[in-house]
Design a protein around this ligand. Structure first.
Ligand code: GDP
Length: 378
């Protein structure tokens, strides 16, 4: 049995929460693996985190204002606003803004993917296509990198979440909203947002939310599903979780200005009849949305992206590859059976590195063909 002062007694060496630092544990014998979470924590903090958030929906619904309010940073300082004529002729152009933010020693590389102009053009047919293509291209790049030789420093640009903004002025979802969300729901975690909630009364917000939830179900749109609570969680947590689920679509208000309300400086919008406060949960769901995105579900959004959306893409890709190989084999078999000379591949007498290079080139060529084929069939 080890004494509390034993030098071999396992301790967490990083000064953080030490799982062995309890009086009741002092006389017990341990191996020390309860420090594993600390080891994981240390490694991930050292590496830093990344998160890619896409915002979509008609322009002018407050997407950029909300993103700035969410991350307390001006991500759009270089944005050029287009005039009406430019917006009519514009096809959906996708832009990316990246910022490195740090809080309490934890670094987050945040990427915002913006889809401006969506819904502005006269002809909006298939305006979701370039957004869907963008998401696929990120999967494709990741798949290529993952299948390559150097898998150590892969840059992961996969989109982890798409905030889809719904206009507060319509009666529920518009056909374009349905089309857009259905085109993307198998590729990305969609979180619906009821924009500019300050333009609606509380009763209207309630009614709109209900209608939108109903329509989401009616049209078979698969939005991001919050994971179920474990049955042994405490009641408070369960209630918060249920409230979160009932808040969909999150009714939000964005503002880039700080105003004075009841002697306090707050982010809000000043009207002749009063102030709406962005971070006041009696006014809107902004705090709920931010907590969900950052504090409670960021990792789950990443997990679902990796385990579900990317896996779907990958499985589809591998299926196409297999089909191609089978087709190629059958063709070769036919050629042989018809008596035509089939060139037997000659293994080149090269050194190991040259062979490796050749294999890599062949692999890349094969992948390239498959990706090309996939772009046609997806
Ligand atoms: P985006 O084109 O979707 O990025 O929209 P912007 O963020 O540029 O906002 C367009 C306009 O809506 C600006 O004048 C904003 O000040 C205003 N706006 C943004 N958020 C809100 C909101 O929550 N409520 C109201 N009433 N106006 C907002």
């Amino acid at each position: 049995m080890q004494s509390p002062l034993s030098p071999t007694r396992p301790k967490s060496p990083w000064g953080r929460f030490d799982p062995y630092d309890f009086p009741e544990d002092q006389d017990k014998e341990y191996v020390g693996f309860a420090t594993l979470p600390n080891q994981v924590h240390r490694k991930s903090v050292k590496k830093g985190f990344d998160f890619t958030l896409m915002v979509a929906g008609e322009s002018g619904l407050g997407k950029s204002t909300l993103v700035n309010s969410l991350f307390l940073t001006d991500l759009y300082k270089d944005r050029k606003l287009l005039n009406a004529e430019e917006r009519i002729t514009q096809t959906v152009e996708i832009t990316k803004h990246t910022v490195d933010i740090e809080e309490k020693g934890v670094k987050l590389k945040l990427t915002i993917v913006d889809t401006p102009g969506f819904g502005d053009a006269v002809n909006n047919t298939e305006c979701w296509k370039s957004v869907a293509d963008y998401i696929d291209q990120q999967f494709e790049q990741y798949f290529r990198d993952e299948s390559g030789l150097n898998r150590k420093n892969i840059q992961d640009n996969r989109v982890h979440c798409c905030l889809y903004f719904i206009s507060p002025f319509g009666h529920g979802l518009r056909p374009l909203d349905v089309e857009f969300m259905k085109a993307l729901h198998e590729k990305v975690n969609i979180v619906p947002i009821l924009a500019k909630a300050d333009t609606l009364t509380p009763t209207e917000v309630k009614k709109k939310k209900f209608k939108i939830r109903e329509e989401i179900q009616q049209y078979g749109i698969k939005i991001y599903q919050f994971p179920d609570c474990d049955s042994d969680e405490d009641e408070d947590f369960k209630q918060q979780d249920q409230e979160l689920k009932d808040s969909i679509p999150f009714a939000v208000i964005g503002s880039n200005t700080v105003v004075e309300a009841k002697g306090k400086r707050v982010r809000g919008r000043l009207y002749p009849w009063g102030i709406v406060e962005v971070e006041n949960s009696a006014h809107c769901d902004f705090v709920k949305l931010r907590n969900m995105l950052v504090r409670t579900h960021m990792q789950d959004l990443k997990d679902v992206t990796r385990e579900t959306h990317y896996e779907n893409y990958r499985a589809h890709c591998i299926q196409s590859m297999t089909r191609m190989v089978v087709k190629e084999r059958n063709r070769n078999k036919l050629t042989r059976e018809s008596g035509t000379d089939f060139p037997i591949p000659v293994i080149p007498s090269t050194t190991d590195t040259e062979t490796e290079k050749l294999i890599r080139e062949k692999d890349e060529e094969a992948l390239h063909v498959v990706f090309k084929e996939m772009n046609v069939c997806t």
